[in-house]
Design a protein around this ligand. Structure first.
Ligand SMILES: [Zn+2]
Length: 368
């Protein structure tokens, strides 16, 4: 099973559109509206819950239910303070490596809806002492310059305390089938889950797609959406850290770009994320193998996904994760291979189409 160039082109267009949308945690409206638009023609039902999750269903003929979840939010910043001279200090929303922030291009949302361009200020080397040159500037000392000369000017542009700020970077095609840009975490997972849901042909098992909010700030949307959906099994679709780059030893790579989606075994520090049941791992691997879908298995020492919250919902909900190997996470140049995205869609579709209601409904009882 190999992707046609036209299929990769279609995925590139969907991913471009999704990464262009701006939605930091808790401010996902742009993404939500696009997702609803895509889901409306193909869903039996769609609802939006109080946390802003979009939950769509294709109804099957039995009571068995599979949920696939991918998060809409991206990491960002929020306006914390505007100086008299018109510089903007900010607070982080989600996990940042502050060393990458100086000299980045950003967009600040005006309450009138426009996204105002700005840059994060950086001190020129001429003004740095030898000690200063060696260490990154702390995030709370960094500021955004939108070109304004006074606080009044910034405020007149519709920017105020709490205005959301996103990275300003568009999806770029690199060599072969690789792309780089912002928010591939998790718009790539969102693209894969959305495409799989749109293409899926419901048989006996109902398919629920949850586009979740506020993952980057504590898996919040997944916590409440899995409670209301109460599926027999949930699969989170997210990125994982591909560290297959120079300077990282083979054993620390986690996953390799271009080798297929990864099936998660464990994540979080010392297993404090999710430890996926062996039955779910085996089933995913079995489907990947019998459908000739390239895949990897994943042991991730830090970071986690929506599946961790889903697993702890209600009396416990069986959950697994399919990840897209991605380099340079939480930066404006996250990098992945469109083929991995394609095979993620294929794995989701194959898994859903091969599900038997009896197996699915027995999961909650068999798992120890
Ligand atoms: Zn993510």
């Amino acid at each position: 099973m190999h992707p046609e160039p036209s299929q990769l082109e279609e995925l590139f267009r969907l991913l471009s559109k999704l990464t262009e949308l701006r939605g930091i945690s808790g401010r996902e409206t742009e993404v939500r509206e696009f997702i609803i638009e895509q889901l409306e023609p193909v869903s039996d039902s769609i609802r939006i819950d109080p946390l802003g999750n979009v939950i769509a269903q294709k109804k099957g003929s039995s009571n068995a239910k599979l949920m696939i979840a991918a998060h809409m939010d991206e990491i960002g910043l929020m306006v914390r303070h505007i100086t008299e001279e018109g510089f903007i200090y900010f607070s982080p929303i989600g996990g940042w490596n502050e060393a990458i922030l100086p000299a980045l291009r950003v967009r600040v949302r005006s309450f009138r809806g426009a996204w105002v361009p700005g840059v994060i200020g950086v001190r020129p080397p001429h003004l740095l002492s030898p000690e200063e040159r060696d260490k990154p500037v702390k995030m709370d000392k960094l500021f955004i310059d939108i070109g304004a000369s006074s606080r009044e000017e910034v405020e007149e542009m519709g920017i105020r305390k709490g205005s959301p700020i996103v990275l300003d970077s568009s999806l770029t095609r690199l060599a072969g089938t690789r792309v780089a840009g912002k928010a591939l975490d998790d718009r790539s997972g969102l693209a894969a889950a959305l495409k799989a849901f749109i293409d899926a042909d419901p048989g006996e098992v109902s398919l629920v797609f949850a586009a979740t909010s506020q993952e980057e700030v504590g898996l919040k949307g997944a916590t409440v959406s899995s409670y209301s959906v109460n599926p027999d099994l949930a699969l989170a679709v997210d990125v994982t850290a591909a560290n297959d780059v120079p300077g990282v030893d083979e054993q620390d790579a986690v996953a390799k770009v271009g080798m297929g989606p990864t099936i998660k075994i464990v994540d979080g520090q010392s297993g404090r994320g999710i430890i996926v049941s062996e039955e779910i791992i085996d089933k995913l691997v079995e489907v990947a193998k019998n459908s000739n879908i390239p895949h990897q298995v994943e042991v991730l020492p830090r970071g986690t996904t929506d599946a961790t919250a889903i697993q702890l919902s209600r009396e416990g909900i069986p959950a697994g994760v399919i990840s897209i190997p991605t380099r340079y996470l939480h930066s404006p140049v996250e990098l992945l291979d469109l083929k991995d995205l394609y095979y993620t869609v294929e794995l989701l579709k194959a898994f859903y189409s091969q599900l038997e209601p009896g197996w699915l409904e027995g999961l909650k009882k068999r798992i120890r």
